[in-house]
Design a protein around this ligand. Structure first.
Ligand code: G
Ligand code: MN
Length: 379
């Protein structure tokens, strides 16, 4: 059960929200408009607030900043018809809004979104439960993760990306690796960081190590770095995290995964343009494995399109896989992008990809991620 405040000037919306949320056992308090809403916000005592963007007596975004100041622990959701991207983007970037629900929405979607938000918040509080030994379990985990990230056990290994025809190295993908016995897998590090809201600390550690690589690698070598979808939720934080890389941004390619969910690809497009304005290039990662890959292809305008191993595997035996990669190559050509085939393990796969005209490849066939890059010449 959560205490939910709904601020909207339309009684129809209020009714729908109340009916939907009371079915899930929540207690809903309504305010018809901004003025009434402001009074309730001042009084406090809510777990989550749903706020309309435009009301005749005021702007929902102002109410949301007031909410942040008065009730920092309250989850803030904006409901909007998505008319003014700039203002909404500003609010998201300033972390005034945890989630935006685009109007019109139905009760099923509303319940689903709120369930997700409340589950996340619940996880956050659950991990704060006290440890049997007296300390906070959460604090122990934070200390462990922070210790690993700042230790030499945490590395950014490099895997080569090569030119299909000449075999010369275009650059390297940086992949995090951990030699720490308690958190040996990168996925463990990411899962823990997600749960403890420490992705930024991971990102900073990666950026520091990436900057050190850029100093050592030949100047023409590109460094490809993976960006976690959640890192795109707070652009100011991401920008400060990428700070050590900005002087060499022209050599850095940020990989955005096609597997990330975003109900608003346009919003993501605006954010990605900001990264480009800093001088970074973009690659669309996991193409064909992701859920929003195609729409990102349109919105991200990537310089590289990385085809996932699920398509590359045994491509020589599949007409459809070959056609799909051909299609991506044609698209890439028409949009001044380049295709990189990832996860290439066999000569048969590499030959099939070469015949299609894929310009770049990456995979165990050419080199595993390693703590020291091979001394091959760079293209
Ligand atoms: O999604 P992304 O492309 O960032 O994933 C990279 C991961 O794929 C790394 O963990 C890397 O070790 C792994 N990888 C790289 N090359 C190969 C390969 O040839 N085969 C397989 N199975 N995995 C690979
Ligand atoms: Mn990648």
């Amino acid at each position: 059960m959560a205490r939910i405040l709904c601020i909207d000037d339309e009684p129809g919306i209020q009714r729908m929200v109340r009916n939907a949320l009371e079915r899930d056992g929540h207690v809903v308090t309504e305010a018809l408009g901004c003025t009434a809403g402001r009074l309730l916000v001042e009084a406090g005592g809510y777990d989550l607030a749903l706020v309309d963007r435009r009301m005749p007596d005021g702007d929902g975004l102002d109410l949301l900043s007031l909410l942040r100041a008065r009730m920092p622990g309250c989850i803030r959701v904006l409901m909007t018809g998505f008319l003014d991207l700039e203002a909404v983007m500003g609010a998201i970037n300033n972390a005034e809004v945890h989630r935006v629900i685009e109007k019109p929405f139905d009760s099923q979607r509303l319940r689903q979104e709120l369930r997700e938000l409340l589950d996340d918040a619940h996880l956050g509080t659950r991990s704060l439960l006290m440890h049997p030994l007296g300390g906070s379990l959460h604090e122990d985990e934070r200390a462990l993760l922070s210790g690993v990230l700042h230790s030499t056990a945490f590395r950014l290994d490099l895997q080569p990306i090569v030119t299909a025809t000449s075999g010369q190295t275009l650059g390297f993908e940086g992949l995090m690796r951990s030699g720490h016995p308690r958190l040996p897998l990168p996925t463990q590090i990411l899962e823990l960081a997600e749960r403890l809201h420490m992705l930024r600390t991971v990102g900073r550690s990666v950026a520091t190590r990436a900057a050190a690589w850029l100093d050592r690698l030949p100047p023409q070598a590109r460094l490809f770095l993976n960006v976690h979808p959640e890192e795109l939720d707070d652009m100011s934080a991401l920008q400060s995290q990428l700070e050590p890389l900005i002087p060499a941004a022209g050599r850095v390619v940020l990989e955005i995964t096609g597997a990330c969910h975003d109900r608003w690809p346009e919003v993501l497009g605006v954010r990605l343009r900001r990264l480009k304005a800093l001088g970074f290039s973009l690659a669309l990662d996991d193409m064909a494995a992701g859920q929003s890959g195609l729409v990102l292809l349109a919105e991200a305008e990537p310089a590289f399109i990385k085809v996932d191993r699920s398509i590359v595997q045994d491509i020589q035996g599949s007409n459809r896989k070959r056609r799909l990669v051909e299609l991506l190559c044609t698209f890439a050509q028409m949009t001044q992008a380049d295709v990189i085939a990832g996860g290439v393990e066999t000569d048969a796969e590499a030959n099939a990809l070469r015949n299609i005209g894929v310009p770049y490849m990456q995979g165990y066939l050419f080199g595993r991620p390693a703590a020291e890059p091979p001394a091959a010449p760079c293209a």
